[in-house]
Ligand binder design. Structure first.
Ligand code: BGC
Length: 468
């Protein structure tokens, strides 16, 4: 529940302010802050907290399943061999791959109509609807009668998250104030950072719950279905929030937009901001719509930009992060007892969460490129060390000290991901495209992320099978 606790939110808000440097590229830096006349309403933070729950759902899904593969009750229920062996048979690895990958497959399907749905239903109703879809998926995962039903639940909650990631981010950016005095980033950067932080919080939460749940025969059901509690909460809380003023203006409902703005801005700001939104919506309507073929045009370096956005997302996934996020307990059991493997997974999730604060501190100070380069080098180094220490040259399966070193390498690898490629793949692909093509470009880059995510989820369990 940490994310809906406003004190928690306030803590990282203070951190952001403290570690910030002004950014000039976006006009929301020191000048903008200095010119902001009215304080941001507290309710804006409440909204940001509530919508960040969508990231928590995403993270919970990523971080929950791997631990269940090392739970005695789960293995018994699905007819897998009992705990004890250092590796699973191929058919179990295949099922592990499908259980994990079904979720990203759902995300792909859910992300495709999300642009249309947010325009058609409105941002708020769309988030409520998708939280409902997610909750249905979570309930199915709570009470599956077998493997197929679990897969169906994973897919349905994936559809919910796939759509929610887009709808919630859009809603957040449309309700955040245009000039944010308290925040060092432009709104997009801030929104992406909130999202990444809540994803890592979700991973941590799922990993933490697994530590306790493994001792209970039915505990795995909570690992899969417990997220339904948060999606239900998101659904109910969203009912109390205002609709996006920008969407209301686009629908020609200026009075409703004014009322909505009245809840999230100081009284004196409402008229001015409403006029600004009306102008922006009008300008957008006049703007020539970009076509799909423009994505590969040399004009404006579009081909280069598309390749860049596609590339960062693809490489984010091929960095192997989800081999760790999804399967750390399965990997660690090669040299640890299952119970310890689940605990070590929690430690890695904690490092992931904490290092994301480092990203908030560094993102505008160091710049995107330097962070990506340093993070990439760090990840390469610790992956190489991991590969070395788990090679035949070392007796890692029996040497306890070496087990500690391998876990440390994993944690340092994750740390390097969390301050760089984790948030920055999303930040970069949100900021390199021109406005008229941004929607299409982000659909493509997000798809690149989830497609590669799917491949990793499906391939890794088979890759960690013992050699014949
Ligand atoms: C990635 C996820 C990954 C997570 C780990 C996100 O940026 O897109 O695939 O599991 O970071 O923190």
């Amino acid at each position: 529940m940490i994310l809906v606790n406003s004190r928690y939110f306030a803590v990282w808000r203070v951190l952001l302010r403290r570690f910030s440097i002004p950014t000039t590229q976006n006009g929301h830096g020191a000048d903008a802050a200095a010119h902001r006349e009215y304080p941001v309403k507290r309710f804006v933070y409440v909204i940001a907290n509530i919508t960040a729950l969508s990231g928590l759902l995403f993270g919970y899904d990523i971080g929950g399943s791997g631990g269940t593969f090392e739970m005695a009750g789960f293995r018994r229920f699905f007819g897998w061999p009992a705990l004890g062996d250092k590796s699973d048979p191929a058919w179990v690895a295949n099922q592990q791959g499908w259980i994990t990958a079904m979720f990203s497959l759902g995300c792909i399907v859910g992300s495709l109509p999300s642009g249309f749905l947010t325009d058609f239903m409105g941002r708020k109703r769309c988030i409520i609807f998708l939280s409902f879809v997610f909750t249905v998926g979570a309930v199915i995962q709570l009470v599956p009668s077998g493997y197929q039903m679990l897969l169906a639940g994973r897919f349905i909650s994936g559809v919910g998250v796939g759509g929610l990631s887009m709808a919630a981010t859009l809603y957040q950016s449309e309700t955040a104030p245009p000039k944010v005095a308290d925040f060092p980033f432009d709104v997009r950067g801030l929104v992406v950072s909130i999202q990444q932080l809540s994803i890592t919080a979700g991973i941590l939460l799922a990993g933490g719950l697994n530590v306790g749940l493994q001792h209970w025969d039915e505990g795995w059901r909570i690992s899969y279905g417990g997220k339904g509690f948060f999606s239900l909460l998101l659904m109910l809380l969203m009912i109390c929030l205002p609709e996006s003023p920008r969407w209301l203006v686009a629908q020609g409902k200026s009075e409703a937009a004014k009322a909505s703005l009245g809840r999230i801005r100081q009284e004196e700001e409402v008229e001015g901001e409403l006029a600004g939104i009306e102008e922006a919506v009008e300008a957008e309507a006049q703007m020539e719509k970009g076509a799909w073929k423009d994505l590969v045009s040399p004009v404006d370096f579009m081909l280069y930009r598309t390749m860049l956005g596609f590339g960062v997302q693809l490489l984010q996934q091929f960095s192997g992060i989800n081999a760790v996020m999804y399967f750390a307990p399965v990997i660690f059991k090669k040299f640890l007892a299952s119970e310890m493997a689940i605990l070590a997974n929690l430690a890695v999730a904690l490092v992931n969460y904490l290092s994301t604060f480092l990203a908030l501190y560094l993102v505008d100070r160091a710049g995107r490129r330097l962070l990506l380069v340093c993070g990439g080098l760090g990840m390469a180094l610790f992956t190489a060390l991991f590969a070395l220490f788990t090679s035949a040259a070392f007796d890692y399966q029996n040497d306890k000290r070496l087990a500690g070193v391998i876990i440390a390498c994993t944690a340092l690898y994750v740390m390097n991901f969390a301050y760089s490629w984790g948030p920055l793949a999303w930040v970069v692909s949100a900021e390199i495209f021109p406005q008229r093509l941004r929607g299409k470009c982000m659909t493509i880059t997000t798809l690149a992320n989830w497609l590669t995510n799917f491949c990793i989820a499906k391939a890794v369990p088979v890759m960690i099978l013992p050699e014949k």
